[in-house]
Design a binder for this molecule. Structure first.
Ligand code: NAP
Length: 252
């Protein structure tokens, strides 16, 4: 079956695609034929380089700067995708940050920043995207949550709450839009080898990997393959689910 997991003629927006998991997702969706909007916030150079790489390989891609925690900027991002590529089929809510600290020491602004960047962005982009997907009676929304949202993580009350929030959001929206042939799913990665882990204290990663049955971090591509599957026509009957990509860390 040659078109298995093909994304030909699909248009995708990947938030936070300048680096890490988002970058790997953009590469994989493009490799499968989708036109990809590479959203970034601060990393303009890497985002433009990625677009150059995708277009040089014959793909359709464009970069768009937006802070997705802003309702207006998230709307502008979705509008850009529709205006540039003529529609929107796939939204990957990937942009995320950490601001780790035990609750006694956590400043209010670190709580607010993490909730706005990780959770409100998911609302902002999904609300704008669903408008187009409803009309088209087709859509795939994939939210990059985390095992932290399932298991909790000390020093990450803000991050864990944002990720658990994304999971609840995923289930509620999946029920809302199912009748319009739009699926909404979440991924819960464990430890993935990206810059976000640089904030972990010395030795903490080695200790944490002892909780991972497969005994190693994931490569960003290993998350991207799961996104590509959930974005495909073959995943049409899967909605409201949380797929662990965590080396067996959280067996729910
Ligand atoms: P990363 O390497 O630090 O990359 C984060 C990306 O998010 C960057 O492209 C960044 O863009 C973008 N971003 C941050 N704030 C943004 C904003 N306000 N608006 C738009 N884009 C924004 O992190 P990562 O590991 O790839 O993480 C990606 C997602 O996976 C996050 O949601 C994270 O919580 C989740 N996750 C990661 C792991 C892990 O172990 N790595 C595990 C579980 C879940 P700029 O550089 O352009 O600012």
């Amino acid at each position: 079956m040659t078109d298995f997991l093909s994304l030909e003629n699909k248009v995708a927006v990947v938030t936070g695609a300048s680096r890490g998991i988002g970058r790997a997702v953009a590469l994989e969706l493009s490799r499968r034929g989708a036109a990809v909007v590479v959203n970034y916030h601060n990393s303009a150079g890497p985002a433009e380089e990625l677009v150059a790489q995708l277009t040089a390989g014959g793909g359709r891609a464009a970069a768009f700067q937006a802070d997705v925690s802003s309702f207006e900027q998230a709307n502008a991002l979705i509008k850009f995708a529709v205006d540039t590529f003529g529609g929107l089929d796939i939204l990957v809510n990937n942009a995320g940050i950490t601001r780790d600290m035990v609750i006694m020491m956590m400043p209010e602004e670190d709580w607010d920043a993490v909730l706005a960047t990780n959770l409100k962005s998911t609302f902002n982009c999904s609300k704008a995207a669903v408008k187009h997907m409803m009309r088209k009676r087709y859509g795939r929304i994939i939210n990059i949550a985390s095992v932290a949202g399932q298991m909790g993580n000390p020093g990450q009350t803000n991050y864990s709450a944002s990720k658990a929030g994304q999971i609840g959001f995923t289930k509620a929206l999946a029920r809302e839009v199912a009748a319009r042939n739009i699926t909404v799913n979440a991924l819960a990665p464990g430890f993935v080898d990206t810059e976000i882990l640089n904030a972990m204290p010395e030795g903490a990663l080695e200790a944490a990997l002892k909780m991972v049955p497969l005994g190693r971090m994931a490569k960003p591509e290993e998350v991207a393959y799961a996104v590509a599957f959930l974005a495909s026509d073959q995943a049409a009957y899967i909605t409201g689910q949380v797929l662990g990509v965590d080396g067996g860390m959280a067996m729910m």
